[in-house]
Design a protein around this ligand. Sequence first.
Ligand code: MN
Length: 313
Amino acid sequence: MALEREFLFDAAQQTHVGQVRKVNQDASLIDMGVFAVADGMGGHAAGDIAAALAVEELGKVIRMAGVEDLVSAVKDANKAITRRAASDIELQGMGTTVVALASYIEGDAQYLALVNVGDSRGYRFRDGVLEQLTEDHSLVADLVRDGMLRPDQAEQHPQRNVITRALGIDDNVQVDSWVHTPVVGDRFLLCSDGLFNEVPVPEIAQVLAEEPWPEDAVDKLVDMANEGGGRDNITVLIVDVVDPDNDNRADAAPAAAESGVASVDGSTEAAGESGAAPASNAEPVVADAGDKSRGLLGRVFGRKKGNSSDGTT
Ligand code: MN
């Protein structure tokens, strides 16, 4: 049962310190089918170290057999951070969020495992609709779930930065996980709160719809977060699911102007469910041919993207 055609992941990342903070305590990773964003916290340089340790640990994931391997890597990262914090009084209290996506093959299908701790987010842009796949572990998210706060109030809440789960706090950490079946044309977005606290989600969706190349999209989103105030570090990572034999992104502007936003957890599969239908859809999801960016074909595969790793910046 060999996989008929393995998807290619074309990814790009961008990070910026923002307009207010002195240091960037976000970190991100693009490494052989493993993608992650971590948002560190703690005084002095501690937050940088926590976030860097998280992505370093995730970078050790070589061959994924299933979502549990990614969960284990997050738990290993948690241990590495708590150990390091215990060894140095300057680092006590450091912690980090992490959101990570990793590809694996089971039987004749290819899957994407997604994990989350804290308030960094994973989204999927499919058929012009942006859907938040992760749940925030934050005070305001709890209040929204309990009906104490409306989502629009949460966006402006003075305590919206308070998170309820992080790596580095305790020897045990609860990791949320999901399994997704990727489809050609899917565009996954991992980001720290420095993006979505500054840029309204419909505007994020618009950029994902209009910028066919992930490098351009991450740059534009970071610019918009800075223009929105840049009150926090900003990290944006985009992963496009591409059919290596049939990449039409140069011909079609994905779902331009048709973008929308879906609510949390619309069609997310439960973690551990690997019996989902194989991703056999070799047809481009986006058929809306436009005239943008013609002539760029070949650019994607002419570069060794998806192999470069990058720690804290
Ligand atoms: Mn942040």
